[in-house]
Design a protein. Structure first.
Length: 111
């Protein structure tokens, strides 16, 4: 099963759009509302390498970014690859949360 985690706030339009995109693909996700929980917000900021905006999206522990990055992966047909669990040898757990969309896209475009 795909593990998708979204850090959100209740009234965020981009958060709603990300959830709608995932629901439209019948994907389950865990949502953590960081609006009134300083500890969870701090956790999000740390995991997202200092980014403070919502949503922050993680798939299998890998940092996707926000809605724009998620939407770009979907438009470019690359979201499906992110939904497949990466072999542990390729994405060690210690580094999984630091993976970025730009790195994945750069790797995919190299010959």
């Amino acid at each position: 099963m795909t593990r998708i985690l979204l850090y959100t706030t209740q009234f965020c339009g981009y958060c709603r759009a990300a959830k709608q995109l995932l629901r439209g693909k019948s994907l389950e996700f865990e949502e953590i509302d960081v609006a009134f929980d300083a500890e969870k917000r701090s956790q999000m900021i740390e995991r997202a390498m200092g980014l403070r905006t919502v949503p922050q999206i993680f798939i299998h522990g890998r940092h996707v970014g926000g809605y724009e990055e998620l939407s770009a992966l979907d438009r470019e047909g690359k979201l499906e690859a992110w939904l497949e669990p990466a072999p542990d040898a390729l994405v060690p757990e210690a580094f999984a949360s630091e993976a970025r969309v730009s790195e994945a896209l750069a790797d995919a475009s190299e010959p």
